[in-house]
Design a protein around this ligand. Structure first.
Ligand code: 5RP
Length: 262
């Protein structure tokens, strides 16, 4: 099955595989959401089943919770864990300061709460997620359904005074209906093109009534593990200022691929 993986899936897989090396016995681990994070959950499940790794996982979405249970990880709530040793999650974009755009999968609220409640956040990403300036990926903003059109208008007005290229905000859809988050909210995707001052924008958005959270993760991520389609992985640690290069072998985890549905 590994031979059928696309280069992008291989890149996601090797980043995930490297990330689980950071997980130690007894840790409480935040489990991110998305296709890259799903690889990580599978890799962790393999360690739990085959190597007897003992961890508790705090998922950031209903779908991650389901996958974690399926692969044998003990799942607890954030309130049970209280504080986490480590969170491993994907991202839609990351820049040179390891600031992120997240929420492409609609789980940004729980993801930000969980990452912020962790000693360390590790982001796993394929190399295509790296950008010089955040903003090409539409910025997800979680808003409460009540008065969402007014909130959208206020956000578009706010963007006039922000250092961004575009100002359109579109309601994320799921077929004919608005996409609804695990917390029962809507997502507005802001088509900004380029965000000149992400710290300022993140703060301004969160001051608006109706906005629950935005997908800018500023100064939260400690380590980015970048995967490449040929098995190379690069581990960048912003606190230590280090970059480590490595190469992983796909064949060692072939059993992870055997039951993939998608
Ligand atoms: C979900 C997220 C994901 O981490 C982000 O969308 C990346 O997803 P993928 O790994 O599938 O590219 O923020 O809310």
């Amino acid at each position: 099955m590994s031979g059928e993986l696309s280069p992008i899936d291989k890149a996601k897989f090797v980043a995930a595989k490297r990330a689980v090396d950071f997980v130690e016995d007894g840790m409480r681990v935040g489990l991110g959401t998305g296709s890259t994070a799903a690889w990580m959950v599978r890799c962790l499940g393999e360690l739990v089943r085959d190597d007897g790794l003992k961890i508790c996982g705090v998922p950031t979405s209903v779908r991650t919770a389901e996958l974690a249970r399926e692969v044998g990880i003990d799942v607890i709530s954030l309130d049970e864990a209280k504080w986490l040793d480590l969170t491993i999650d994907g991202a839609d974009e990351f820049d040179g300061d390891l600031n992120l755009i997240k929420g492409g999968g609609g789980a940004l609220l729980q993801e930000k709460i969980v990452a912020t409640a962790s000693d360390q956040m590790i982001v796993i990403a394929d190399v295509g997620k790296e950008v010089e300036h955040l903003g090409a990926f539409p910025l997800p903003v979680e808003v409460i359904p009540f008065g969402w059109q007014t909130t959208r208008a206020l956000i578009e007005e706010l963007l006039v005074s922000m250092d961004v290229l575009g100002r359109d905000a579109s309601l994320r859809m799921n077929g004919d209906h608005p996409f609804v988050t695990d917390e029962g909210n809507y997502i507005l995707d802001l088509h900004l093109g380029r965000i000149g001052n992400p710290h300022q924008l993140a703060m301004a958005l969160n001051q608006m009534p109706g906005v629950v959270e935005n997908g800018l993760f500023m100064d939260i991520c400690d380590v980015v593990i970048v995967g490449h389609g040929d098995g190379r992985v690069e581990t960048r640690n912003i606190n230590e200022g280090t970059v480590e290069q490595d190469r992983l072998d796909f064949l060692e985890s072939e059993n992870l691929f055997s039951d993939l549905q998608d």
